[in-house]
Design a protein around this ligand. Sequence first.
Ligand code: GDP
Ligand code: ZN
Length: 278
Amino acid sequence: MKGQVFRSHGSEYFIRSGDETYRVVARGKMKGKTEILVGDYVEFKSGAIDSVYPRTSRFIRPSVANVEMIAAVLSALPRPDFLMLDKLLVSAEKEGVDVVFVVNKNDLGKEIYEKVRREYAGTGKEIFSVSAETGENLDTLKDRLKGRLAAFAGQSAVGKTSLVNAMFKTSLKVGDLSSIGRGRHTTTYSNIYFFDAWKIVDTPGFAVLESEIGAGELARYYPEFEAHLNECRFRGCTHTGEKGCAIASLAESGEIARERYERYLEIYRQLKEKKKYE
Ligand code: GDP
Ligand code: ZN
């Protein structure tokens, strides 16, 4: 039988296949060889998993497979951390996962929504202005998420749990979708919730879904840079101050959002630093 792992605990895996759930273990031959992650599609029979199907995406922090869509949630309060948001976009782009921006708490004003529209227009992503409090635009957002494994990402307190509760009439506790037990030595488990045609993966303690990325490949994951990457004077331009850099001059003229470019420089620097210490 084929099914999807929706939760794992120690050596036990919980699988959803059709409308049924199964509790299984990994077949002996798989142990220590094949990793089985929440989100994985697996082949199983008589209480044991025999194989894992190829993944469409895979994040390392949290460790989750086959996420198909990320709702990047922002709000007026807490103030958005755009550096964190850009890191999330880079990881999503690398894994080929669809992203939509969800600017929540629009009952508190539209300023952040306008800012996101200005700065991220070049990414081509959809931007929703919603409120978990008033319910505005939640149906449209819900439609967009239908049928695909979706993750809500974003800082603590932007309203991820409230959005899921409002859309699915559930009562997850605050923190169920975010910061449970992210202690230094606590293992965290992702968990998929099924609501009819919807599948939502929680990402305990993770504001961002991370992927393995090198500084040299970073620019490839900026959709608005893409059409211009061949216009730089030097091949192998890192867009961090080289002469004749097309990306830098487009950021200068405002054709590429300047803040996006500045944060690109910062993320590039951080990835370089990380390399040094590894
Ligand atoms: P999470 O940490 O991202 O899951 O955020 P929560 O769902 O726990 O929400 C954090 C706080 O924001 C709670 O006090 C919510 O009541 C509040 N909140 C969530 N959505 C909205 C909204 O649309 N408007 C307003 N005004 N407050 C909201
Ligand atoms: Zn360049």
